[in-house]
Design a protein around this ligand. Sequence first.
Ligand code: HEC
Length: 116
Amino acid sequence: MGAWPIAKKSVCALAAFLSIASAHASNDTEMALDIAKKNACLGCHAVSKKIVGPSYQDVALRYRNNPQAIAFLKNKIRNGGMGSWGVVPMPANSKLSDSDLTLLTQWILHGAPSPN
Ligand code: HEC
């Protein structure tokens, strides 16, 4: 008798975990786009043309052979700064979590694809 409620609970926990895990695997692009929208990145960056900042395709092209790119760009997005593309600075985005920064940076380095 006593064991059943525990088993039921862990089945639910497992189901919840699996749905989060699979959503994560298939929707990284969607999540990255969502984070970019929520943090106003797309006000200054477009996928394929320069606005205030460089296009994400230009960023992907510039860093395509750079093994330090992820670490460098995560830091740059978090702290802001200038000098890579010109004298206009990017403001800091200090509220982004490390995992959000990783997701965003990987998405940008893939040329910021649209979902589907
Ligand atoms: C107010 C405008 C503005 C906003 C908002 C903004 N950026 Fe930028 N971003 C810039 C500018 C300007 C540069 C060029 C900086 C430079 O020359 O070093 C830049 C550069 C970059 C680079 C390339 C950095 C490098 O050193 O090569 C990346 C990647 C980037 N931004 C991502 C983001 C992301 C992700 C967000 C949202 C969290 C964001 N940006 C929000 C203006 C902006």
